[in-house]
Design a protein around this ligand. Sequence first.
Ligand SMILES: NC(=O)c1ccc[n+]([C@@H]2O[C@H](COP(=O)([O-])OP(=O)(O)OC[C@H]3O[C@@H](n4cnc5c(N)ncnc54)[C@H](O)[C@@H]3O)[C@@H](O)[C@H]2O)c1
Length: 160
Amino acid sequence: MRISVIGCGYLGAVHAACMAKLGHEVVAIDVDERKITELQAGRSHFFEPGLPELLNEVLQTGRLKFSSDIADARGSQVHFLCVGTPQRKGEYAADLRYVDAAFSSLVDSLEAGNLVVGKSRLSRWEPQRGSPMTWRNGSPRQASPGTLSSCGKVSPSRTR
Ligand SMILES: NC(=O)c1ccc[n+]([C@@H]2O[C@H](COP(=O)([O-])OP(=O)(O)OC[C@H]3O[C@@H](n4cnc5c(N)ncnc54)[C@H](O)[C@@H]3O)[C@@H](O)[C@H]2O)c1
């Protein structure tokens, strides 16, 4: 299966490498070009034992690619959102600006039937967070393993 991973921090970079190890075709995307350059060269910008070795192994297979262009998500059947959700200063709430920005940039690359999976940590993934795309009424929604997020299928009527 071809998948995209949006956000290549601690969560996304490891997730992308593991999905490629499992045999999927993975494009991993981040707005930070410096991180993309490092990861594409098989180097991790954070300490995670075994990650550089895994990166080099799967990069050699050609199943994992890193990109700073969100348009490269087009053609993937499943999109994992792995951007940060830091705590808002002085509040007991998450700052969701990165989630909203990632959704907005991804929407032009979505095709009917694509699955968007929120892996960013939220107490509950609100349906309106998918705006301007919508979740199809009655589509299956489930917890993403390891997070409290949910996922949904993209409505054919709202994709371009
Ligand atoms: N780190 C963990 O072990 C862990 C575990 C479970 C859940 N989470 C959750 O996963 C989410 C990500 O955590 P993290 O530790 O990887 O954060 P992080 O800050 O290390 O990585 C987030 C990445 O998203 C990128 N990004 C921001 N906006 C973007 C956009 N519009 N398009 C593409 N990339 C964008 C940033 O450049 C950054 O590289 C958070 O919600 C966190 O709570 C993290």
